[in-house]
Design a binder for this molecule. Structure first.
Ligand code: ZN
Ligand code: ZN
Length: 194
């Protein structure tokens, strides 16, 4: 197999699997690990993959191509419209299905989170979660986690939204407190403590 063919095979594998071990690639492609490292170099340089301990992981996390991914908190399928991403040290990215799970994960990880990205519910643009406005208790049911949390970039959009669909608008810090309170209200057992 030509090196260029091998690189294409690797690209295909990593796109499907999201992460894979060097030793496994070496086995699948029947070449030495050193050869695999050489093949990976251009992919690392162009930012297509990231090197992890003993393996590689897909770097480009295009939201629309990640529908197969599952929420790190509740294992639901992630829908790109509601997805919430947490950027962690060492280029690790975690995805949750919605703002609800995003906030829960924020509480679990605390200041390990470098940055979080959520989406404006109306405009489908991405924004930093710390600057977002969180709407709780609206009457529209999107079928994801309860209590439902929606995110908005602009406060006036959130306020207009709750005029039509009820709910309350809170800032990021308040949302972290509120999700915690609400989880304790709805769960008689306290297994959700973190
Ligand atoms: Zn979830
Ligand atoms: Zn959810």
């Amino acid at each position: 197999m030509l090196p260029v063919e091998r690189v294409n095979r690797i690209k295909g594998l990593i796109e499907k699997r999201k992460n894979i071990k060097i030793s496994e690639l070496s086995h699948i492609l029947n070449v030495s690990e050193m050869t695999i490292h050489r093949d990976l170099k251009p992919l690392v340089d162009e930012g297509f993959i990231l090197k992890t301990f003993g393996g590689i992981t897909l770097a480009k996390s295009d939201l629309n191509s990640q529908n197969e991914n599952l929420c790190v908190v509740c294992n639901r399928m992630i829908h790109s419209k509601l997805a919430y991403r947490l950027i962690l040290p060492n280029n690790n990215i975690e995805m949750t299905c919605c703002g609800h799970c995003g906030l829960i994960r924020e509480r679990q990880l605390g200041n390990k989170v470098i940055q979080s990205i959520c989406q404006d519910f109306l405009r489908q643009t991405t924004l930093s979660a710390k600057l977002a406005w969180f709407v709780f208790d609206s009457s529209i049911d999107l079928g994801c986690c309860q209590p439902q949390v929606l995110t908005f970039e602009r406060k006036e959009h959130a306020e207009k939204f709750i005029k039509g669909f009820d709910g309350v608008t809170v800032s990021f810090d308040h949302a972290l407190d509120l999700i915690y309170k609400k989880m304790n209200e709805t769960n008689s057992c306290h297994n959700h403590h973190t």
